[in-house]
Design a protein around this ligand. Sequence first.
Ligand SMILES: [Zn+2]
Length: 359
Amino acid sequence: MNGLLGNSTLISEVNLRLMLQSVRVMQPTYRSAVARHTGLSRATVTVGVNALLERNVLEEIDAAAPAPRRASGGRPPRLLRVNARAKQVLAIDIEPDCLRVALTDMLAHPLEVRECPIDRREGSRRIVRRLLELGQSILKAHGNPDLLGVGICLPGLIDRENGLAVSSTNMPRWRNVPIRRMVEEAFGAPVHMDRSMNLAALHEWWLHPELESCRVVLLSLRTGIGLSLMDRGQIYRGRQDSSGEIGHTVIDIHGPPCECGGQGCLECFVSTRAVTARGQRLVDQEPGGRLAQAVVADPPLRPQLIYRLAKSGDPACEALVRDIARYIGIAASNAINLLAPDHLLIAGSIDTADTIILD
Ligand SMILES: [Zn+2]
C-alpha cells in the first residue's frame, strides 16, 4: 500500500498545484491546514507534500512558537513554505510603447526589472528581437538560472491555442506573430501567454486569494483600455478570447475617430495617447506653464507627469485629470450596471493619479 501511495505519478498534477497554491496562500503552514483548505484527504496531502518536497518547490521549517501538541506525543509537525528560490520565472510585458522584462522568484517577487521604449509602429520581428535580447541579458546577469517558465503579457487580440499575437490596434504591424514559439525557442522553457487585462486580474487574485469567491471586474488602463471579468476565479474570455474590449465601446457618437475604425470610443478620451495629446495641447497653450517646465526638466511628456502635477495641485493638470476621471467613471458605471460585480478594480498607469480619480 505504501508503495502505491508513495508513487507520485498517482497524484494528479491538479492536486499538486492545489496543494502548492494552498501552502503559498497560508505559509508557513501545517499539512493538516493544507488538507482542510484544499478539501483533500490527509493521506493525499501527505503524499502530495512529499512529492513537492522532493521536487524542492516546498521546504520544511521549524515552528518558531511551540507547535500544536500531538495526542500521540510524537514529534511535533514542521511547517511548510514555498521554496521561492527553487526556480525562477521570466515575465515579459509587451506594451505598445514599452517592453518590460522581469526575472522573479517562485513567489513572483521581482529580482530585477528591465525596460526599453519601442516605437509601436515598428515591425514585429525587430520588436521581438529586442525583447529576446532584453530577456537574455537579464538571464545572463543572474547566471542563467533554471526557469520554471516564461509568461508573456500581450496587448490586443491573441490566439492562445496556437500561441499567436493576432492583432492590436495600438501595434498596427503585428499580424499573427508566432510569439510563443519564438520565445520558447529562445529560452527553452514553457511559455504561457495572455492578454494584459486578464493577467492584471490574475495578479490581483494571486495577491488577494479571497477574491476567489467573488465576481471581479478589472478595468486596465494602459496604452489601451481593457476589461477583465473574473467570476469566482475563472476569467470570462468570450469567443476567441476577444471579450473585454471596453476601450472600443462608444461613449460619444459625435466623438473623434478611433484607430479601430470607429468613432468616439472610450480610448479616444482616456488612453495613454489621448492623455498625452491633451497634455501637449496644454503645453502649446501655456509654454511657460508648470507642465511645459516639467517636460523640459524630465522629458518626454507622458501621463505620469500630468498626474504628478495634478496631485501637487496644478490647476490645469488637475482639471485635465478630473475630466479623464469622468470618462473612466462612465465606463466603470456602465461595467457595473452590465456585469454586477462584487468588486471593481482599476489597474494601470492611471492609478498614480488615484486620489483625484477616486474623488
Ligand atoms: Zn475604437
